[in-house]
Design a protein around this ligand. Structure first.
Ligand SMILES: Cc1ncc(C[n+]2csc(CCOP(=O)(O)OP(=O)(O)O)c2C)c(N)n1
Ligand SMILES: [Mg+2]
Length: 561
């Protein structure tokens, strides 16, 4: 059946975005995208959330996508694109599907190579496309002749590969009607080679059945490709212990008895399980400096089964033409599919937190330190929370605790662009308003993208934000220049931000130095139904032990000294 509909190009694009589960578009207006923004305002089921700048819009879209499976942002040509590009590159590195739509100058001006604002003035309007092509898996300059086919091709690439894509939408074609397919877009994989799938699964079963110490290691692609329940089913059926790399946190329930802690190189909690395994099933695993304690990992590749999104490697053998999902479903079926017990722990239970009412051993007058803070955080978190952690002492600290059941963890650990998390929090909250969202961010990172707190407030969202104020870039101090002025930042009055940025009638803010003050702040954050911002005032050279150990390794790697 190939039925067609008459629809404007802009509306067709919005229709496809809706099919991807996108109901919120982030971005910033500009004259080249205004009529498209008007279409967004007039279309049911999609809403516009304006950001303070395009970088923040890209980060927000990234946060939204991690929960929803896709996101879109709309920018204006050139200035908007290149402001957003760091966020797009982050999504490219971290495998996050984003659809970036750029309001392009009108086609007639592109053809005549006119000297326009937001261009270099040379008539060249391909330069931005060339930049974006480095950080997206599909791109297109839309025209009335190609629009429906190109929108479908580019969106299929984003959804199939779980990567960012880029569309240029000239301002004079947004309202032009086209004849476009009326059926929903089917982006499911074309791969369907049953014989190849059988071969791959048999090879895995052979290895697994003769293994004495099997283990599972998951990474971010397990989230992106929706593999969680299939991995759980396999792990549970075969009782295989598991661990996660930092980008794969919360694929599995960290409270599960089979969980062995995070794997981050030889000194990490799961090292024995992972490095000692004689059959390691690595799902989407990518070993990079930060995720391996600066390449301290020691894994025998010949004992690894690597399940990638669209291929499988079993030792030396490589099977292309299979999908991770199909392989995992077949494996789980083989080992007796998911038990009801496991199904129950995949749902998010609404377990109330009892944690902060538990007595703490810490002297209420003692100042908070990283050695004690994260244990308090661990007991504050509750099942179902979305936890967002910024690079710096926040990420190191949170790496040392176990997440509650059914939580979602958001961090940009590979691209590691500081300032990512505050706008990402906006995005994650827009994607899942019914969940509690908690952000941990350092003062230096917050200062990068702080304006977006106003959008969070404007949208009526109520996150709990912990600002680790250690008067500068502590993570950099332990690498080089502990007392150098380039590692200092201006000390802001963070609790006063509620007056500058926020429009909500009720906001809770508190600056905390001692355990007693922290307890009070946690009690308030727990019971108040409003945006909470808690500033944690900490010593500039205080940090989690894991970071103290990593600093010299980074210095040695970077400077050879
Ligand atoms: C966009 C960007 N610029 C610079 C850096 C280098 N960088 C990495 S961490 C960091 C400091 C983070 O400081 P803060 O957020 O205060 O964290 P903490 O002090 O808790 O370590 C900097 C500048 C980066 N990662 N990203
Ligand atoms: Mg800091």
């Amino acid at each position: 059946m190939n039925t067609r509909q008459t629809i404007s190009i802009g509306d067709y694009l919005l229709l496809r975005l809706k099919e991807c589960g996108i109901d919120t578009l982030f971005g910033v207006p500009g004259d080249f995208n205004l009529t498209f923004l008007e279409q967004i305002l007039h279309r049911d089921g999609v809403q516009w959330v304006g950001n303070c700048n395009e970088l923040n819009a890209a980060y927000a879209a990234d946060g939204y996508s991690r929960l929803r499976g896709a996101a879109a942002l709309v920018v204006t040509y050139g200035v908007g694109d290149l402001s957003a590009i760091n966020g797009i590159a982050g999504a490219f590195a971290e495998h996050v599907p984003l659809i970036c739509i750029s309001g392009m100058p009108p086609l007639h001006a592109i053809r005549k190579r006119l000297a326009l604002h937001h261009t270099s003035g040379s008539g060249n309007m391909e330069d931005v496309m060339q930049s974006m092509a480095q950080f997206t898996v599909a791109q297109s300059l839309l025209t009335p002749a190609n629009a429906s086919a190109e929108i479908d091709r580019v969106i299929t690439a984003a959804m199939r590969e779980k990567m960012p894509v880029y569309l240029q939408l000239p301002s004079d074609i947004v309202h032009i009607s086209i004849q476009a397919p009326a059926e929903a877009l089917d982006w499911t994989s074309d791969i369907l080679d049953a014989a190849q799938l059988d071969r791959a699964v048999k090879a895995i079963i052979n290895r697994l059945d003769s293994a004495e110490r099997p283990a599972i290691l998951v990474d971010g692609d397990a989230h992106r490709f929706g593999l969680r329940k299939h991995i759980c089913a396999l792990g549970h059926a075969k009782q295989i212990p598991f661990s996660a790399l930092v980008s794969g946190r919360s694929v599995f329930d960290e409270q599960h008895p089979l969980y062995r802690g995070l794997y981050a190189g030889t000194k990490s909690p799961a090292a024995k399980t992972i490095e000692g395994s004689d059959c390691l099933i690595a799902i989407g695993a990518r070993f990079f400096d930060i995720s391996t304690g600066i390449f301290t990992h020691s894994i025998d590749e010949s004992k690894m089964i690597q399940i990638h999104a669209h291929s499988v490697e079993v030792g030396e053998q490589c099977f292309s033409g299979v999908t991770a999902e199909a392989v995992l479903i077949k494996l789980a079926d083989h080992y007796n599919s998911m038990s009801t017990e496991l199904q129950a722990d995949i749902n998010i239970p609404s377990v109330p937190s009892v944690a902060i009412t538990q007595p703490t051993q810490d002297d209420p007058k003692a100042v908070i330190t990283h050695a004690t803070l994260w244990k308090r955080v661990e007991s504050f978190l509750k099942a179902g929370d979305v936890v967002v952690a910024e690079n710096g002492t926040s990420m190191s600290g949170i790496s040392g605790i176990r997440m509650p059941a059914n939580n979602m963890f958001i961090a940009q650990s590979l691209w590691a662009s500081i300032g990512y998390t505050l706008p990402a929090l906006l995005g994650s909250m827009m994607a899942a308003k019914d969940r509690r969202h908690i952000l941990f961010i350092g003062d230096g990172s917050l200062q990068m993208t702080v304006q977006e707190i106003s959008t969070i407030s404007r949208q009526g969202l109520k996150p709990i934000i912990f600002v680790v104020n250690n008067y500068g870039y502590t993570i950099e101090r332990i690498i080089h220049g502990p007392n150098s002025l380039y590692n200092d930042v201006q000390n802001w009055d963070y609790t006063a931000m509620s007056k500058v940025f926020m429009s909500q009638s009720e906001v809770y803010t508190s600056a905390v130095r001692t355990h007693g003050e922290l307890t009070e702040a946690l009690v308030q954050a727990e019971k108040r139904d409003c945006l909470c911002l808690i500033e944690l005032q900490m010593d500039p050279m205080d940090m989690p032990d894991s970071l103290r150990a990593m600093g010299p390794l980074v210095a040695q790697f970077d400077y050879g000294m």
